[in-house]
Each structure stands twice: as C-alpha cells, then as structure tokens.
Write a protein that binds this ligand. Sequence first.
Ligand code: CO
Length: 134
Amino acid sequence: MLGRLNHVAIAVPDLTAATAIYRDTLGAIVSAPQPLPEHGVTVVFVELPNTKIELLEPLGADSPIAKFLEKNAQGGMHHICYEVEDILAARDQLQASGARVLGDGEPKIGAHGKPVLFLHPKDFVGTLVELEQI
Ligand code: CO
C-alpha cells in the first residue's frame, strides 16, 4: 500500500525562526512562506534530495496544529506523509482492518493539490499519518 515518503511535517511556533534554522544553520533550500487558510497553517517547504520537510505555523483562530503547539511549545514532529496510488482503496483496506481515519473519512485536497487523509496516531505507533494520492 505504501509508496514513497512524501514529507515530514514539523509544527513550529515561529516560522521565520524555523526557516532560518533550516536555511542558514542546515544549509537547506527553503520556499517562501505559503499561507493555506483552508488548512489553518502557513507552510514553508524544505527541499531535500529524497523528500521534503514542511514547517507548519498556525494560521487563524482554530488551526489544527494549535493544540499540538500548546503541548509542545518549542515545536515538534507533527505528522509523516506517505504516498499511495489509490487513496480510496487504501482507506477501505485500512478501515476494514480496524484502523481509524480522521474526520468524515472522505479525502480532502491537501497542501500539494492532491487528495489526502489522516489516520489516527493511536493506530500507528503514536504517529499521525497522512496518506497522499500521487
Ligand atoms: Co502533510
């Protein structure tokens, strides 16, 4: 079911400071900040040779990462995203095996314009998992 690792997302309280760490200290190629109001985050993409890191800062009043940052004030790894070929087939197979899909179970269009779903961290060794159809 799983394809490539698409990205690792890190929630951060200060996107400017986090971007500077990746760009200046680590020497990575970073994008300009992109506000994604429909997802409640502003994102900076860090381009690596084999994958991406996404730095996420809360945007708006009810950002989905606000609670995470309350518990992790300095930021931290928020989720990992795996690619799948057929997101509906993956969802159906996972649900049939008892895994919980977050929200209403219907894929939403994610930060890269492709359908995504999130899986309950308690079913996946404590890690929030995003699936993205490629
Ligand atoms: Co993501």
